[in-house]
Design a protein around this ligand. Structure first.
Ligand code: 9MR
Length: 387
């Protein structure tokens, strides 16, 4: 064995011992909130942004210690499960489900119908033109039947349709307008693609709970549209069992009252709520520079990537307060909340580093880049223990 590998192995071994012993010293996240809701994370998978994931063992150990529900970050998206028509690849999904079963962790399937990560073959006919409505419906049904059917009884929740609603700012009226997001599913099938997707998923696994998942639901127009959509579907007898609020937050936005509006109005509407992709970025909001890389655009780096060497203590404390406020709110609405899932196990593997801007160093989760428990971790555990 190469001498240079020994410290790495030792580090991994001591970390695994620490994670294993950890429950002896304090409550884990899943224990701290066991009376309120499930606490989840994601399965980052075998590769991260095209590179092999070197930290899978540590991520699995942390997941088994801290969480009781898991969502695949990427490996159940259609571009992974059916990259070519009729060619299904389930190896990684199978591993995830086996790992979850071994550790009594529930699984959320993510996702079946989405504008992104749907391979182009879905929408093209043999001549490369646009596929007909009938064929696209059949392809969508076949995909759902095969993927949901494979995991029947082993996946508790499915994000069936993802991010189907968009908003526009209407300057004259000073308000947002919400509408179905243009995408090939909508353009070719019409809004009924949503209803067909839920009915098909239900047929494939009648016991799975079916969710609608979206971001920015703190925008009132978007939430109202989503809740109206769910009410309309239910009225027509379509099986839909909950709303997923992603929760990709910043230190100062969205405001707590806007977040509370999502929890409150979902409860009023009788729609169980899941926080599906929680993280709190400590970096400035960079969505207006979407697609840029701080490595190419040095002028953006100072402003948008300020903490390359580590997040300063005051910033971590501000984040801890923000997380404490959020969890305080979540427990108040726990009667209507089934789950709070983070979009990442630890800061060293977060999509925030590569989207919307490539090459940043963010610190959005409760567990840090050295696998240490951050002030935000201790703040939410302490908050739960004090109740
Ligand atoms: O974290 C995911 C990232 O690794 C992928 O490149 C990206 C595109 O598939 O999707 C990210 O996860 C998204 C999730 O599937 C849906 N909501 C937004 C998440 C963050 O972009």
């Amino acid at each position: 064995m190469k001498a240079s590998r020994i410290p790495v192995l030792f580090h991994s071994f001591s970390l695994l011992c620490f994670l294993w012993l950890k429950p002896c010293f304090g409550l884990s996240l899943k224990e701290a909130f066991s009376e309120h809701f499930l606490v989840g994370t994601i399965w980052h998978g075998y590769s991260v942004d095209g590179e092999k994931n070197k930290f899978l063992a540590q991520e699995k150990a942390l997941t088994a210690t801290e969480f009781n529900v898991i969502t695949p970050e990427n490996c159940m998206k259609p571009s992974f499960t059916q990259p070519k028509e009729g060619i299904f690849t389930f190896a990684e999904g199978d591993d995830l489900v086996a790992f979850a079963q071994e550790h009594s962790i529930a699984v959320v399937g993510h996702t079946l119908v989405w504008k992104n990560d749907a391979p182009q073959w879905f929408f093209k006919d043999a001549a490369g033109g646009e596929v007909s409505r009938e064929v696209l419906i059949e392809r969508m049904k076949e995909h759902i039947r095969t993927v949901v059917g494979r995991y029947r009884g082993r996946i508790a929740y499915w994000d069936v349709v993802n991010e189907a609603i968009d908003t526009n700012w209407i300057q004259q009226e000073q308000r947002f307008d919400a509408f179905y997001k243009p995408c090939p599913w909508l353009d070719i099938i019409g809004p009924e693609y949503i209803e067909i997707a839920y009915r098909t998923a239900h047929e494939a696994d009648p016991d799975a709970k079916l969710l609608y998942n979206d971001y920015n639901l703190d925008q009132p127009a978007k939430l109202d549209f989503a809740l109206d959509m769910i009410a309309g579907l239910r009225k027509r007898g379509v099986p839909i069992h909950g709303l997923g609020y992603q929760g990709h937050f910043f230190l100062d936005e969205p405001t707590l009252p806007l977040i509370e509006r999502v929890l409150e109005n979902s409860r009023k509407a009788g729609v169980p709520l899941h926080i599906t992709e929680l993280d709190v970025s400590v970096l400035p909001n960079a969505w207006k520079h979407r697609g840029a890389s701080v490595e190419d655009k040095f002028e953006l780096a100072a402003e948008f990537n300020p903490y390359v060497e580590g997040a300063p203590e005051p910033v971590l404390l501000e984040q801890a307060n923000r997380y404490e406020d959020l969890f305080n709110l979540f427990v108040q609405y726990a009667d209507n909340m089934e789950r709070v899932s983070f979009w990442g196990v630890w800061d060293g593997n977060s999509w925030r580093d590569y989207r919307p801007m490539l090459g940043r160093t963010d610190y959005p989760l409760l567990i840090g880049r050295e696998f240490e428990r951050k002030p935000a971790y201790h703040a939410v555990i302490k908050m739960a223990e004090a109740r």
